[in-house]
Structures are given as C-alpha cells and as structure tokens.
Design a protein around this ligand. Structure first.
Ligand code: CTP
Ligand code: MG
Length: 235
C-alpha cells in the first residue's frame, strides 16, 4: 500500500527558547526538519512526504527541501500549518493526494528516529491495525497531582499509577488513512497525539517498540543530546 508521511513542523518551539521556529534550527549544521524528512524517506515504503511549515514559512521550507537531496523514490509537498499541532496535521492530511492508503504522522521535532522504527510502524498498519504508535517503558515514576495555583508551588499528590502499565509514546504514528481522516473530522477536543483521536472513535490503537533515539527535541538539553547522537553516528 502506498505510504505517505505528514510532518507537522509549524510549531514555534517556545520551550526550546528564543530563536527561529524549532524545525528550522540546526542540528549538526542541517535544519532539524531536513533530518526528520530524511528519516521518513529512509523507509523504502514512503513515497511522499508532506511537510507542514510554519504559517508564513512555506516558501522558505520549500527552498530548503529543494536544496537537500532526497531519494529519487520520494516526492514532497509543503503546506502552511495552523495554530495547534492538531490543526497542522489536519492541513497536511487535506493536502494528501488520493492513492496513499497508509499515513504516518511524524514530528519534525523527532529528527533522529531510526528507519527500523519507521518500518515497524508501517508493518503493523499493513498487518491490519488502524493505528500504531511506537512506545517505550517509562524510566521515571509518575505522580498524578492536584495542580497548584502558581508555578513552583508545592502540589499535593493524588495518585501513583502503576508504572509497569504506562508507556511513553513517540512518532511516527501510523494509520489507515481513512481512519485518521475520520478521526480528524470527528474529534474536536484538544489532543496531544493523533492516536488518541482514533481511541476516541472507539478503535484499538496498538504499540510497537519505540527507540531511545526517537526522543523529541523539546528543551535546550535535548539539543545537546541530539548533537551527541549525531556525532556518534558520524564516527
Ligand atoms: N507543531 C505544528 N503546528 C503547531 C504546533 C506544533 O506543526 N501549531 C509541530 C511542531 O513543529 C513539532 C510537533 O508539532 O514538530 C510537536 O510539537 P512540539 O514538540 O510541542 O513543538 P512546538 O509546539 O514547536 O514546541 P513548544 O510546544 O515548546 O512551543
Ligand atoms: Mg507544542
């Protein structure tokens, strides 16, 4: 089944601190977004990448992609994004041509995901799962709290969920296209990932093993780690 990847890259990157939009920041001298596009194009199954650019940055992103070679088998499209990640993904889906039956949604902010993880997600969708997420066990114990009034105030702990039942999920998340389109048309609540919209349709989402190197570049320390991972790969 022809497979496309939608890459939401329209965020500002507030938690990373001041500077260019996060997806356009350099990692090893190359914009993070280019690493993320190459990570999707590395899978032989992926023949189209739809990049969702910052709302006023589509021409800049288009020239960036023109300047960085992709495999011959991979086409790309650039569309402007929206206010929220959810809206940006929807705009990417709206631009998807017919014929792509499997859709990956991959954060530009996860530039270093290995191709084996991408292929494992696609494989599970091919095997019939409507939605697939790469997932890892948690290292930290997680507490549910009563949120404090002001930042930095102590917060009462309400519960400690059994860590062995929890997973941290990554991208690319893989979908049967029709299911993902229906989810984005039906679910209007704010969500932080695409699979949770499919859960809200009452369908079963399954996990495949995630990878440490698929971590999301969110805060400044994550950039330090990303640079180190890249340097190790280049040895
Ligand atoms: N994203 C998007 N459109 C938005 C917001 C986010 O396409 N309106 C994308 C980001 O570019 C990123 C992915 O969604 O690739 C994951 O979001 P996140 O890590 O939260 O990135 P930002 O929203 O840019 O960062 P922050 O929340 O710190 O501002
Ligand atoms: Mg965000």
């Amino acid at each position: 089944a022809p497979t496309a990847a939608v890459i939401p890259a329209a965020g500002r990157g507030v938690r990373l601190g001041p500077g260019a939009p996060k997806a356009l920041r350099a990692l090893g001298g190359t914009p993070m977004l280019i690493h993320a596009v190459r990570a999707m194009a590395a899978s032989r199954a992926v023949s189209l990448v739809v990049v969702v650019a910052p709302p006023d940055g589509a021409p800049e992103v288009k020239s960036l992609l023109d300047a960085h070679a992709l495999p011959d088998r991979t086409d790309f499209l650039v569309v402007p994004g929206g206010e929220s990640r959810q809206e940006s993904v929807k705009l990417g889906l709206d631009a998807l041509p017919p014929g792509y039956d499997i859709v990956l949604v991959h954060d530009a902010a996860r530039p270093l995901v290995p191709v084996d993880t991408v292929d494992a997600v696609i494989e599970a969708v091919r095997d019939g799962a409507p939605a697939v997420v790469p997932a890892l066990p948690l290292a930290d114990t997680v507490k549910q709290v009563e949120p404090a009034g002001a930042p930095g105030e102590p917060e009462p702990v309400v519960a400690t969920p059994d860590r062995s039942l929890l997973r941290a999920v990554q991208t690319p998340q893989g979908f049967d296209r029709a299911t993902l389109v229906r989810a984005h048309e039906t679910v209007k609540d704010d969500v932080t990932d695409d699979a949770s919209m499919v859960e809200q349709l009452g369908l079963t989402v399954v996990t495949v093993p995630g990878h440490e190197e698929a971590f999301k570049v969110t805060r400044p320390l994550d950039l330090v780690l990303a640079e180190a991972v890249l340097a190790r790969r280049r040895l």
